[in-house]
Ligand binder design. Structure first.
Ligand code: PLZ
Length: 439
């Protein structure tokens, strides 16, 4: 690893070089494209981001759960570079190439369930979700789509409709796609319901307000991402999946944020042995290159007419090569086990922190996808101000943490699985400091 794996601040964060560039950004980049921490990055790897001023920051965000195998991971760089030099694009729909088929073969092996599977590749997570809905609609001949409270599925027109939170994702951007229905999610910290009881509540709403016979699919994040790292109570996902199967409703797992070793299994659905009909993946799949996929039961995938799925860039050869490199990293470095180890460390640090800071109402997550929810002590009343203050302190001290949640009161931790233990420990020491300093 050529980048020193240490936190090193040589200027304030952001430093003068970043501030100059931020001014340029203001002139040339649309204001609608926001920035969490405006340090301009020149290099990254292991658990470190290096900025233009020479600051070394600890990365606890992985570019929103993307660089799971680490930034510029060796197998990703090697395979993508070789592919870049060979050819950059043909369009798989015009003249195909092996990399695309190789990725689909890997997806069939790695996603939950031993049944015959096929895949189609796209560019972004939102595109994968849209295509899963298209497939489910054709296969069932039905229109309606069920989603959940706090869900996040993307920023395109259909996926905005499927996303729950108005600001910043939807405000003013309507009208939205129709036939999208929202059911209550299992949110143990807020509803106190068991998994089966929360599932019964959701199913009752769908049956009374939509009707199972009208539903093409239910789309659910097995652990919610942007919505607050909500982990449904045990039994919730299996009950929803069983109900969907009983009514020929396609069960779609959106594993875009939770997939590819992040939670300590290949996919979050694996934890409870749920076998989705369709799985949408993206983010961690290709170590940072844009690639996404829908993988599912072969007979379901093949219901779509020839030419019905595609796009100019979907399954770009360089992105596919990167995905094969990322999967090689995951297998070679046993990254599911690494995610569990990182998760155990983070869970114990966060549990300690909760002992001293009553503002931490809940510690949750799985593997290297952990979060804390901040509330007025002893209540579920969100404290977004304290959340923002803790995040700002961490950023100023060179630790990249992200917030999320419907109420903006969740701090989430998504380190690259290539982060050294010492750096992870230092990151959490800074987080502890941040709680003390903002008390
Ligand atoms: N489904 C579960 O987490 C992307 C969004 C960041 P795209 N989450 C990060 C932002 O503010 O735009 C996401 C997700 C889940 C779908 C998506 C959408 O994936 O690749 O951003 O389209």
């Amino acid at each position: 690893m050529s980048i020193a794996q240490e936190r090193r601040l040589v200027t304030p964060v952001p430093g003068p070089g970043s501030l100059l560039r931020l001014e340029r950004k203001r002139r040339h980049v649309a204001d609608g494209v926001g920035t969490t921490l405006p340090v301009f990055v020149v290099e990254a790897g292991g658990g470190v981001l290096v900025d233009v001023d020479g600051n070394h920051l600890i990365d606890l965000g992985s570019g929103i759960a993307v660089t799971t195998v680490g930034n510029a991971a060796p197998h990703v760089v090697r395979r993508a570079s070789e592919q870049l030099a060979a050819f950059t694009h043909t369009c798989f729909m015009i003249t195909p190439y092996d990399g695309y088929v190789d990725v689909c073969e890997q997806l069939g092996e790695l996603t939950p369930g031993g049944h015959a599977k096929k895949s189609a590749l796209f560019n972004s997570g939102a595109e994968a979700v849209e295509n899963a809905v298209k497939i489910a609609r054709v296969a069932t001949g039905r229109d309606a789509v069920a989603v959940f409270d706090h869900a996040y599925h993307g920023r395109t027109n259909l996926t905005m409709a499927m996303t729950a939170k108005n600001m910043p994702y939807k405000n003013g951007f309507g009208p939205f796609a129709g036939e999208v229905y929202r059911a209550p999610m299992s949110y143990p910290f807020r509803d106190g319901l068991s998994g089966p009881d929360a599932a019964a509540r959701a199913i009752d709403l769908l049956e009374k307000q939509v009707g199972a016979a009208n539903l093409a699919c239910v789309v659910i994040e097995p652990i919610q991402g942007e919505g607050g790292f909500v982990v449904p109570a045990p039994g919730f996902l299996p009950a929803i999946a069983a109900w969907a199967a009983a009514h020929d409703v396609v069960y779609v797992a959106d594993e875009i944020q939770s997939g590819f070793c992040r939670t300590g299994d290949w996919f979050a659905s694996d934890h409870e042995g749920v076998v989705p009909d369709l799985v949408a993946t993206a983010k961690g799949i290709a170590g940072g290159l844009p690639l996404s996929a829908v993988t599912g039961r072969a007979e379901l995938m093949d219901r779509v007419h020839v030419g019905g799925l595609g796009g100019t860039y979907g399954g770009n050869p360089v992105a596919c090569a990167a995905a094969l490199g990322a999967i090689e990293e995951m297998r070679e470095h046993h990254l599911t086990a690494r995610a569990r180890a990182i998760g155990a460390t983070m869970a114990s640090r966060l549990a300690d922190l909760r002992e001293t800071h009553a503002v931490i109402g809940d510690v949750r997550g799985r593997g290297a996808m952990m979060a804390i929810e901040l509330c007025a002590p002893g209540t579920t009343e969100p404290d977004p101000a304290r959340t923002a203050a803790v995040a700002a302190y961490c950023h100023a001290q060179g630790v990249v943490v992200l917030t999320c949640g419907t109420y903006g009161n969740v701090l989430r931790f998504l380190p690259p699985l290539s982060i050294p233990d010492a750096l992870l420990a230092e990151g959490f020491a800074v987080i502890a400091e941040a709680f003390a300093a903002t008390a």
